[in-house]
Design a binder for this molecule. Structure first.
Ligand code: FNR
Length: 419
C-alpha cells in the first residue's frame, strides 16, 4: 500500500515539511517574567519543544509571543519586542532544526485579554478572574483594545470587589499603527532567530480578532465599522510581517473561523465574525502572500455557544468547507486543521484525498451508476495538534507505527521501536 498523505512531505516556498503533522502553539507560562531576562524563552522551551522535534513532528511552533510587553497574555509569556530577546529564541529554533523539523513562531498581541495569570496560579489564589495585578507582574492600567471601558472587558462588566476582569483602554489610531510596526519588528527578530515559519495569531479573541468582530469593535474610524475597516489592522499586520520576512519563508495565519456568537442576543444585535466573514477574508490572502490559514474558532466572548454536536470534527469540518471553496474558485492557499485530533486514522483521513465509492451519481433515468466518479477531497493540507502532544510527545512515532509507516527514529534510540 502507498504511503498515507499524512506521512508525505509538503513543500511551502523554500521549506519542506517532512510530514503533515505540526505542533500547535501552546502557552507554557514559563518564559522569564522579570528583570533583564523578561520575555526570553528558557530551558523549559528547549526541552519540551525539542522533544517534539526529535520525535518526528514536521514543524514545531513556539507559543503566542508578545510583540509588545503589554501584548503578552500573562507576565510569564514570551516576547520578542527587543533585540536582546532574540538569542533565547535562536537557541530553541536551532535545536528544533537540528532534529530535522522546521521551527515556527507565533506572533501575537493579546489586547483586552492581556495581564492575566497563568491558570494554575489563578486557581491557587482562587481568583475567579485570573487577573494579574501590578504586584503579580501584570499591567492592569495598560490593557488595550479596539474599545475601552468596563463593558468591553471579557465578561462585559469589568472589575468588581471580588476580582473581575481587566478593563481595557481604547487604542488611538497612532497606537494602532505602533502595534502594526511592532509586529514588523518582531518578524524581523524572528528571522534573525532562525525561524523557518511565522504564524500571525488572528484568533481566540486576542487583539486582531477583537478588531475583526463587530461585537468587540464598534469604532467609528478607519479601523472599525465596515468589513473593510475591521480587517484593516490584520491586513496591515500581514503586509508588514511579510515585508520583514525572507521570500522563502512560509507565512501562516491563525483565524477563529467563527466566534460562535450567531445564536446570541449580542450577535443578533451587532452581527458576528462568522464562517462567511472568514471566507470573504481568506479570498484576499493569496494576493497578500499568506501561504496557509490555520482554521481555529471561538475565544472572543464569554457568551460564545460552541456547536459541538458533531464532536471531534466540529472544527475540521469548517476547515474542509473553506478549503473546498478555495479550490472551487482556483485560489492558491493551504489549509491547516486543528482541534481534537488525537487518533491515527482520524489524522490520516483529514489530509487524505481518495476515491470515494459512497459518492455516487445518478444517471438521467434515475439508475444508480455503480462505478462512482466521486473523489473525497482532503479536509486540510496539514494538521496541527495541541493537547495530544502534551499527553504523548511521541505521538508522531506512534501514529506512524499504527499506520504501518516506517519513519526514522533518532539514532540515539537505536533498536527501540513500538511493537
Ligand atoms: C493552547 N492553544 C493556543 N493557541 C494559539 O493559537 N496560541 C497559543 O499560544 C495557545 N496556547 C495554548 C495553550 C494550551 C495549554 C492549550 C491546551 C491550547 C490552542 C491550541 O493551539 C489548539 O488550537 C487547541 O488546543 C485545539 O487543539 P487540540 O489541543 O485539541 O489538539
Amino acid at each position: 500500500p502507498s504511503t498515507p498523505t499524512l506521512f508525505t512531505s509538503l513543500k511551502i516556498r523554500s521549506k519542506c515539511l517532512r510530514n503533515r503533522i505540526v505542533v500547535s502553539p501552546m502557552c507554557q507560562y514559563s518564559a522569564a517574567a522579570s528583570g533583564s531576562e523578561v520575555g526570553k524563552l528558557t530551558d523549559w522551551h528547549v526541552a519540551t519543544l525539542g522533544h517534539y522535534a526529535l520525535k518526528g513532528a514536521a514543524l514545531v511552533f513556539t507559543e503566542a509571543t508578545g510583540v509588545t510587553p503589554n501584548g503578552r497574555i500573562t507576565p510569564h509569556c514570551p516576547g520578542l519586542w527587543k533585540d536582546e530577546q532574540v538569542i533565547s529564541f535562536r537557541r530553541v529554533s536551532n535545536f528544533i532544526k537540528s532534529q530535522g523539523a522546521l521551527s515556527g513562531i507565533q506572533l501575537a498581541h493579546a489586547g483586552r485579554k492581556s495581564s492575566t495569570l497563568p491558570p494554575w496560579i489563578g486557581a491557587q489564589v482562587n481568583r475567579p478572574s485570573l487577573r494579574a495585578t501590578e504586584q503579580a507582574g501584570g499591567w492592569p492600567e495598560d490593557v488595550v483594545g479596539p474599545m475601552g471601558g468596563p463593558e468591553y472587558s471579557w465578561d462585559g462588566k469589568g472589575l468588581s470587589e471580588d476580582g473581575g476582569f481587566n478593563c481595557p483602554r481604547q487604542l488611538s489610531v497612532s497606537e494602532i499603527q505602533d502595534i502594526v510596526k511592532a509586529f514588523g519588528e518582531s518578524a524581523r527578530r524572528a528571522v534573525e532567530a532562525g525561524f523557518d515559519v511565522i504564524e500571525i495569531h488572528g484568533a481566540h479573541g486576542y487583539l486582531i480578532h477583537q478588531f475583526l468582530s463587530p461585537i468587540t469593535n464598534r469604532r467609528c474610524d478607519q479601523y472599525g465599522g465596515s468589513f473593510e475597516n475591521r480587517t484593516r489592522l490584520l491586513i496591515e499586520i500581514i503586509q508588514t510581517v511579510r515585508n520583514n520576512m525572507l521570500s522563502g519563508m512560509p507565512l501562516f495565519l491563525r483565524l477563529s473561523s467563527t466566534e460562535w456568537m450567531e445564536e446570541t442576543e449580542l450577535g443578533r444585535k451587532y452581527g458576528t465574525w462568522d464562517v462567511e466573514s472568514t471566507m470573504q477574508l481568506v479570498r484576499r490572502l493569496p494576493s497578500l502572500d499568506v501561504d496557509l490559514v490555520d482554521v481555529s474558532s471561538g475565544g472572543n466572548h464569554f457568551l460564545q455557544r460552541i456547536e459541538m454536536t458533531s464532536s471531534k470534527d466540529y472544527q475540521t469540518k469548517i476547515a474542509s468547507q473553506i478549503r473546498k471553496m478555495l479550490r472551487r474558485d482556483g485560489l492558491n492557499l493551504l489549509i491547516g486543521a486543528v482541534g481534537l485530533i488525537t487518533e491515527a486514522e482520524q489524522a490520516r483521513d483529514v489530509v487524505e484525498e481518495r476515491p470515494d465509492s459512497s459518492i455516487e451519481r445518478e444517471s438521467n433515468d434515475g439508475e444508480l451508476l455503480v462505478e462512482a466518479k466521486g473523489v473525497r477531497e482532503a479536509m486540510a493540507d496539514i494538521i496541527l495538534v495541541g493537547r495530544q502532544f502534551l499527553r504523548e510527545p511521541e505521538w508522531v512515532l506512534k501514529v506512524a507505527w499504527k499506520l504501518g509507516v516506517d519513519v526514522g527514529w533518532p539514532n540515539q534510540f537505536w533498536k527501540v521501536r513500538f511493537r
